[in-house]
Write a protein that binds this ligand. Structure first.
Ligand code: ADE
Length: 220
């Protein structure tokens, strides 16, 4: 799949793009691009924002600037999913990540300042996503959260082929959180590992894990 990140701060994604699972996904055919709205702004002096109509604090990202960036990036066909990152959007979750990971081409639009001109949401974006009910200074961290959750699902991203199958909120666990993990030492300061995990009985281990996952899902 191809993931395009529209932003005023492409350098913010350098650390993210260097992460092992992201590099793995890219090595297996995924593509990740950053596109700077400022590079194609139709306004002078690299202007991308403006004061809000009706007054109020802060600046708003302009619709003509975002449209120009999309036109330049997609002269022929736009991706089927153009996702605006905004605190008031649809709550991002694992099933939305799975849905987006199945798309061949997704664009994520990061805002800055006070936010976007609403016409971007109404006419240019197909989705508006929030990573939580709090306000970040910009959409870049939110885009990284969304991109991370998507890319780690792609072929080759995780070293172990099964790692993404039985993890939190997966179908294999009925949408519940993942069961607890333990590793050596078996006893640390009297904090011991559950006996079942060192029993060697794979069937009991499987049942115990499913039960733990189910309990966590109930908030137990
Ligand atoms: N931009 C600013 N805050 C955000 C949030 N909580 N989710 C998505 N995008 C955002």
């Amino acid at each position: 799949m191809r993931l395009d990140l529209f932003t005023l701060f492409p350098e913010a994604f350098e650390w993210f793009a260097a992460q092992r699972h992201v590099r793995n996904a890219l090595a297996h055919g995924a593509e990740l691009e950053t596109i700077n709205y400022r590079d194609t702004t139709p306004l002078g002096a690299g202007q991308v924002d403006d004061a809000p109509y009706g007054g109020g604090a802060g600046m708003v990202l302009r619709v003509d600037v975002v449209d120009a960036a999309l036109r330049a990036a997609y002269p022929e066909r736009r991706p089927d999913r153009i996702v605006l990152l905004t605190p008031g959007g649809e709550q991002f979750d694992e099933s939305l990540a799975t849905e987006l990971a199945a798309e061949p081409h997704v664009a994520l639009l990061c805002g800055r300042y006070e936010g976007f001109d609403e016409r971007i949401r109404d006419h240019l974006a197909t989705d508006a996503i929030s990573i939580g009910r709090y306000v970040l200074a910009g959409g870049e961290l939110a885009a990284m959260v969304v991109a991370d959750a998507i890319l780690r699902k792609l072929p080759g991203a995780l070293g172990h082929a099964d790692s993404a199958l039985e993890e939190s909120f997966s179908e294999a666990l009925g949408g519940a959180p993942e069961y607890p993990h333990y590793t050596r030492p078996p006893d640390y300061l009297g904090w011991t590992v559950p006996d079942v995990l060192v029993s060697g009985d794979h069937e009991r281990v499987r049942e115990w894990r499913l039960e733990q996952s189910r309990r966590r899902g109930e908030g137990a």
